[in-house]
Design a binder for this molecule. Structure first.
Ligand code: ATP
Length: 582
């Protein structure tokens, strides 16, 4: 398969402003892909070579990419840098320079060659790797056309900026290989159990839908996490859960999915990155505490080892480093509170009800100083629920996660639902909770911030339509350092027009690919004629907007845009807010 096909596909996606066209372009691409290449094409369609959890990154700087261009074009690096500044984008600069030089390669680049070389680049590490990576990339772009070089450059520096989400890929796979979007549910279940769309696509193409239905949990492949809905009134929580709930402390730390087979451990973050190297101490503690073959979930927090007291969340952020040393381990000692188990000795437990999974944990986990179970209480009245909530807060937690005890309380991989309800009241406003919103655009500021953005257009996520819908324009809560940091974080994701998955009425001065999630608080949710969240769902020609929004200072790097607060959650919060006021 020729790489030019992929390059044309990227171009089409970049130009479109419609999500349907985006899906259609993917369907066309997948249909024209030879069977044996489908996994590679799925990864490459979003600029990757493997699922995120493998941690395989190119680790290739823009500087190296400029050097590679200078080798192939035989021109000075400064000249290329000038072009990058002029066009504002390395890919575009490469495209224009190739055109100016009239470069048209004799050989055709194939997808196989691109994939294999990119993979080699990612796998090359250690001493001398920068040079080796450079040589490999030079070999690739010396065979590229102007359009191909544009996307190879963007791919290698991880700035493809197409914003294709998992849901769009799953829709396209279902349409391309089963003829109907309806079958996406099977693809989605398999994906939720393995987190690898390339793998699922390969099974789909080779073994059909029946093969996909048989896909099972595997040690080493993360399960997509089950997520909680939120409610802020104890009566409603108990009512929703049938009058009785398993209330657990909601620890404010980092969610970790642990996979163990003997001495082999894999740790995955909330967004399923491989973070095994970050917690060698936790792994040691787990060796004596958890079963030899299992997959479970815990919340990791920093503690004071002498008292066992939980330390604030910010302390844990000090462990987010590339190389964890003895210093980090001594200064920020961690403990794990296990709250679920999904797999034990070859058996999938995800379809077992929560009370049974909890019983399994109680039987299988050996409690130690550093590994414990999430503190839990069965509650059936609001007084007990409130009292337990305050106890959790006093013990350094954020609140409670109230869990269904019903027969159907399975582990819903990859789903946010009411089987788990989080209760973490924010007393400072009518809002039940903060919102995690995605930056989709920006507006220029005034005064000191003239010429730079002064406020950001923020959106929630609607999984039904796979769209980002706006909720507020936020300009407060940012420090000068935040503005600087945001500028650096957002610039690489700037795009020419509104992203096809963004649904907005307001016209921003700058548009971004949905990428960055920020925690936002505000006074209350109100009906709005300019925000598209919940449009027509509560009142005709009105959406929901957040009044007096403020950035809390918390960057949610642990969340992908699709993990942002959903439209349904905001509608629920709006309804609760009305009831609180009454
Ligand atoms: P948040 O921003 O509140 O952490 P989230 O989107 O990461 O939300 P939710 O499913 O909405 O995740 O809330 C549950 C989160 O609370 C889990 O992701 C987990 O990190 C954390 N947590 C802490 N204690 C528990 C517990 N006992 N059971 C389940 N989750 C817990």
């Amino acid at each position: 398969m020729e790489y030019s096909k992929l390059a044309e596909f990227y171009k089409k996606i970049e130009e479109t402003t419609s999500r349907i066209e985006m899906t259609n372009a993917l369907v066309e691409l997948f249909k024209s892909t030879p069977k044996e290449l489908i996994d590679e094409v799925v990864y490459l369609s979003i600029g990757k070579i493997a699922p995120e959890y493998t941690g395989l990154d190119y680790n290739f700087s823009s500087k190296s990419a400029i050097k590679a261009l200078s080798v192939v074009l035989g021109i000075d690096e400064h000249e290329i840098e000038k072009k990058v500044i002029e066009t504002g984008d390395l890919g575009e600069a490469g495209y224009q320079l190739y055109q100016e030089k009239g470069i048209q390669p004799k050989e055709k680049l194939t997808v196989e060659e691109v994939y294999n070389t990119l993979r080699k680049i990612a796998e090359t590490t250690g001493y001398g790797s920068t040079k080796k990576k450079l040589e490999l990339f030079v070999s690739l772009i010396s065979k590229a056309s102007p359009l191909e070089v544009k996307y190879l450059l963007r791919t290698i520096i991880e700035r493809l900026r197409l914003g294709i989400g998992d849901n769009t890929i799953m829709d396209a796979l279902a349409i391309a290989f089963t003829g109907s979007k309806e079958n996406r549910t099977y693809i989605e279940r398999a994906y939720n159990l393995t987190s690898d769309l390339g793998y699922v696509a390969k099974i789909l193409v080779e073994e059909g839908l029946e093969g996909v239905k048989k896909i099972k949990i595997q040690i080493g492949r993360p399960i997509r996490p089950m997520l909680a809905e939120r409610l802020s009134i104890p009566e409603f929580i108990l009512k929703k859960l049938g009058g009785k709930a398993g209330a657990e402390y909601k620890y404010d730390g980092e969610r970790i999915q642990v996979h163990r087979k003997g001495d082999e451990f894999h740790l995955f973050s909330r967004r399923l990155e491989n973070i095994t190297h970050q917690f060698p101490d936790l792994i040691e503690f787990m060796k004596e505490a958890i079963p030899e073959e299992c997959i479970l979930e815990l919340e990791c927090v920093v503690i004071d080892p002498s008292s066992g007291a939980i330390q604030p969340f910010q302390m844990l952020m000090n462990r987010r480093v590339k190389y964890v040393t003895r210093f980090h381990i001594m200064m920020y000692p961690v403990a794990g509170f296990i709250f679920d188990i999904m797999y034990l000795n070859g058996q999938d437990l995800t379809l077992k009800p929560y009370p049974e999974r909890r019983k399994t944990l109680e039987k299988e986990i050996k409690i130690t100083d550093r590994i414990n179970l999430a503190t839990r209480k069965i509650v059936d009245n609001t007084n007990d629920l409130e009292a337990f909530f305050h106890e959790a807060i006093e013990n350094g937690c954020e609140g409670l996660v109230c869990k269904s005890l019903a027969k159907d309380s399975i582990y819903q991989a990859g789903k946010r639902g009411f089987l788990w309800i989080k209760y973490k009241r924010d007393y400072t406003s009518h809002l039940a909770d903060t919102l995690d919103l995605v930056v989709v655009g920006a507006f220029y500021g005034q005064g000191q911030r003239a010429g730079y953005f002064g406020s950001l257009l923020m959106a929630c996520y609607d999984p039904e339509t796979d769209q980002f819908k706006t909720v507020c324009k936020v300009g407060s809560g940012f420090t000068e350092d935040d503005f600087k940091k945001l500028d650096e974080l957002l610039k690489p994701h700037q795009i020419e027009h509104k992203h096809p998955r963004v649904n907005a009425i307001l016209s921003a001065d700058i548009w971004y690919e949905p990428y960055l999630v920020l925690e936002i608080t505000g006074a209350e949710l109100t009906l709005s004629p300019v925000h598209t969240c919940a449009w027509d769902k509560i009142k005709l020609n009105r959406g929901l907007g957040l009044r007096f929004p403020r950035f809390t200072g918390r960057y949610r790097f642990d969340k992908k845009p699709e993990d942002a607060t959903t439209e349904a959650e905001i509608i629920e919060m709006y309804k609760n807010q009305i009831q609180i006021k009454i």
